[in-house]
Design a protein around this ligand. Sequence first.
Ligand SMILES: C[S@@+](CC[C@H](N)C(=O)[O-])C[C@H]1O[C@@H](n2cnc3c(N)ncnc32)[C@H](O)[C@@H]1O
Length: 292
Amino acid sequence: MEWWTDFYVEGSKHELAKVREIVEGGETNLYRAINLFQLWELTHKRQYEDGPGTLFYVKQEFKYADSFFPTGKPILTSTFLGGKMLKLPSYSKKHLGRFILDYLEHEGLAVDTIVELSAGWGRFLFDLYFNGSPSDIALISGEVSSEARQITEVLCDLDPAIPITAHDFDFYRPNLDFLKDTDSVLFFTHMAVMFIPELQREAILKMANSAKRVRCIHFEPVGFQVLAGQYMAAKMQGVVAGFKGFNQNLITLLEELHNENLITVRGLFKDIIVDVDRTHAISVVIWEGGSG
Ligand SMILES: C[S@@+](CC[C@H](N)C(=O)[O-])C[C@H]1O[C@@H](n2cnc3c(N)ncnc32)[C@H](O)[C@@H]1O
């Protein structure tokens, strides 16, 4: 298994233990259980001691006491947006659920299924649900880590009405058989492809041919792969992606498939969503596929 996949699969074992502790400790409300877990996530950081096999979570310690909220969180974190350096309060939150629902409405798109690939424990699927994703739209997590999928299931057990299910999915051996009965699907990925150093054509082609109508939105820190507008911050993102072994080919692969008429790239929006990590400003790439 590739290094980054290993890192997350191992980490999700610790996360599952934490979620079980919350639920077995008596929390019965899904929204509260998720927020309690996210509070723990915010204050703990994954770390290897001596490489694979020794991963653990440490409580985050911050150096400068005067730049703290009274809550113990750093006041500001630096990041960039559209090429501009900016400071962001640590309490900012990403609203991908809202973004996706706004996009569907704006485009007048009716889908029966929304799939997040490499969904982790399903943070953004729950976000979609809480933001009012219609209850007849199936929300599906495709995730390689069985522990991360178990977290999704433990949380879903708290609310039987929730339309989220989790399925095994590995970008290195892509299989989307769980979408057999789907007509119109929206895929999305968030900080997922970034951990696959070289994405294979097969993965995108399987997605493109998985239903009659297919859209995909990638939310990935790949602005550095777009040569136009390489300001300093984007260059820095490229340098970090290089030494950390992050994805290098998402944009060229999509362009290649677009030029072969196998998919249609609908838009590329560089560095338009901020992240608390300055090298993780998110670019959005949208493409269309479909077998019918
Ligand atoms: C940074 S997390 C992002 C999780 C989720 N998308 C989010 O934003 O909260 C990266 C995820 O990619 C998953 N992953 C790593 N390698 C993978 C692979 N080969 N196939 C599918 N998922 C993979 C990890 O298990 C982890 O859940």
